[in-house]
Ligand binder design. Structure first.
Ligand code: PLP
Length: 426
């Protein structure tokens, strides 16, 4: 055997010696007393520093139209900021709202408004339906699932493929069951799979027949502009596709600058049909007299133009790309050819999705924890926190400095090799 012979092709003796060697590696790893964290997709301090100038803005306190941004009003958000992000997200400026600091809050409000009041084309509020079900591509974003669970909404899963959710499976689920009211999609550089929804898949999702007359696609474009390579994915224009297919209210688009400027003090956006925007503001007005326009103005001044945003994202890429390269390098060095792991090499976004042999993900996360390396809990990328195959691990390399990513990932690779060998030796 060579160091690259697949474990499945090795004899029992060879496997036992492989296991012994990995145990020795692991003991050495534990002995180093590391304390590293790859759990959450947060920007690093170095990335936050890119937006330091925001803290000196705005200069003055008037918007383009002369309104004093320090005062109440303008529920739909500052027009110049809406125009800037309308261009970046490929929507019309009168179809986008600039809101508070969290797109997750907007998703939550849209969901709750549907439950309490129904959407623009709902026969009745969703709370009055016998059952409400959402289609959830997996692996996906844990907060999408916990939000649905909190409101008692059922979840059915479909696989997330390289070109988006398994659209055959989605079509089959929505066609005959009127309780299926919606689905989540992270269309660009998905969390955690890194997939990009193609124009073809988006067109099918926008046009598919659904038993529910008020089916919603929660199009969470959190990573629309977050490229890691020069091969920049262009998000499908789901609003136009929906309109063209006769379902203009089906998609609701969300985005934010949480991972562009400051993750606690950015600006979030919602876009949809003009009726959807009116519907959203018509409910929001009971909760707010207007957003933080001081923050809107400083973002306008900080970026200057849509190109200013793109240039700023280039600087994030310079910091992030080496960390993603380090993840791939560490996994390749230890695991390439062994047939025990597959991982994504994303072209954008914040995550690497690692698949280990079925039944091993929990063990890998446990081994890493013992060695002082915190990983996202196994199963976190699935509804109810349960990965039926116990094989998926979400890696988030953005927050630690590069050297820590290298050290942590070498350790993770050791844990994967050990867990796989343990399973094979039995
Ligand atoms: N959507 C996805 C897919 C995310 O990964 C995240 C953060 O990790 C969010 C939304 C949160 O966005 P915001 O900060 O705008 O609430």
């Amino acid at each position: 055997v060579t160091a690259r012979t697949p474990l499945a092709d090795r004899s029992p003796d060879e496997l036992r010696s492989f296991l012994e060697a990995r145990r020795a590696d692991y003991d050495e790893l534990v002995g180093r007393g590391l304390s590293l964290d790859l759990t959450r997709g947060k920007p690093s301090a170095e990335q936050l520093d890119l937006s330091e100038r925001l803290l000196t803005l705005p200069e003055g306190h008037r918007d383009r139209a002369g309104a004093d941004v320090r005062n109440y009003g303008g529920l739909e958000g500052m027009p110049e900021l809406r125009e800037m992000f309308a261009e970046l997200l490929g929507v019309d400026a009168d179809q986008i709202v600039a809101g508070g600091n969290a797109s997750l809050t907007m998703m939550h409000d849209v969901l709750v408004f549907h439950l309490l009041h129904g959407g623009v084309d709902s026969p009745r509020p969703w709370k009055d339906e016998e059952k409400v079900t959402f289609v959830c591509p997996v692996p996906g974003y844990d907060r999408h699932y916990t939000m649905l669970e909190h409101y008692g909404i059922d979840m059915v899963t479909v696989p997330m493929l390289e070109d988006g959710p398994d659209v055959d499976a989605v079509e089959a689920l929505v066609r005959d069951d009127p309780s299926v009211k919606g689905m989540w999609i992270v269309p660009t550089y998905a969390n955690p799979a890194g997939s990009v929804v193609t124009q073809e898949v988006a067109a099918r999702l926008a046009a598919m027949p659904t038993a529910a007359p008020d089916f919603r696609i929660f199009w969470d474009n959190a990573y629309a502009l977050h490229h890691l390579t020069e091969d920049e994915a262009k998000s499908a224009d789901v609003l136009s596709l929906g309109s063209a297919a006769g379902h203009p209210h089906r998609p609701v688009v969300f985005a934010s600058t949480s991972k562009i400027t400051l993750a606690g003090a950015g600006v979030a956006f919602l876009a949809g049909s003009r009726e959807t925007v009116r519907w959203y503001l018509g409910h929001l007005k009971y909760a707010s007299i207007g957003p933080d326009k001081v923050n809107h103005l400083r973002h306008v001044q900080f970026f200057g133009s849509p190109d200013g945003v793109r240039e700023h994202m280039g600087r994030h890429r310079e910091i992030l790309a080496p960390k993603f390269a380090a993840v791939d390098a560490a996994l390749t060095a230890e695991l390439d050819g062994l047939g025990v792991a597959e991982w994504t090499r994303p072209r954008g976004g914040y995550f690497v999705s690692l698949d280990v042999p079925d039944g091993c993900a929990g063990r890998v996360v446990g081994l890493a924890k013992e060695a002082g390396i915190a990983l996202t809990p196994a199963g976190a990328s699935f509804p109810y926190g349960t990965d039926p195959r116990d094989r998926n691990i979400r890696l988030a390399p953005s927050f630690p400095v590069l050297e820590e990513v290298e050290t942590a990932m070498a350790g993770v690779a050791t844990c994967v090799a050990l867990a796989a060998a343990e399973q094979l030796v039995g």
